[in-house]
Ligand binder design. Sequence first.
Ligand SMILES: C[S@@+](CC[C@H](N)C(=O)[O-])C[C@H]1O[C@@H](n2cnc3c(N)ncnc32)[C@H](O)[C@@H]1O
Length: 186
Amino acid sequence: MSHSPLIEKYLTQLQALALSKQAPILDLACGSGRNGLFLIANDTPVMLADINSEALERVKQSLNSLTAEQQKLAQYWQEDFEQVGTTPLQGKSFSAVIVFRYLHRPLFDQIKTAIKPGGMIIYETFTEQQAQFGRPKHPDYLLRSGELVELFSDWKILHSFDGVVSASTNDDSKQAIAQIVAIKPD
Ligand SMILES: C[S@@+](CC[C@H](N)C(=O)[O-])C[C@H]1O[C@@H](n2cnc3c(N)ncnc32)[C@H](O)[C@@H]1O
């Protein structure tokens, strides 16, 4: 799967934020790193975080095709973000946080705090409507209608979407997703 069009659309802003705030972008639950790798290939520092050490190892290998300077822009963070009683993002600071296809509601407050003032959130994941198309089906992993907009209502919302999109260019399968891009108040 290639990087999200949202990352490409907001690339210039993400690059400027990482530079001006002197802090990397967190790709939370990065998986194969499709989005973080795109940012690194565009000379932007990224912290790639996931519970899965093999996924992080694969990300590292994918970086081999980039220049030595670009490879230095990557940091790796293997972490279980769902451990009860822990606050993994506490004390961390990022110019932006990007989260795609992952939801663990107890992290929302920590994510908001970890983004520097003036920094950006890009969040995209499945909504309750997804249950009619396939996985995930459990409500814990599905956003409620309007949930992202409500969560970031005190931020400057640059983009929001809640609806059904094509899941693949090869067939007519569908996915129900919500997206938000927002700037934290200064
Ligand atoms: C559907 S994948 C999305 C990957 C990537 N964000 C993307 O859009 O391509 C979900 C990711 O969440 C990670 N994940 C699941 N539970 C996690 C946890 N407790 N802590 C950290 N990462 C977790 C998985 O390892 C997997 O890489």
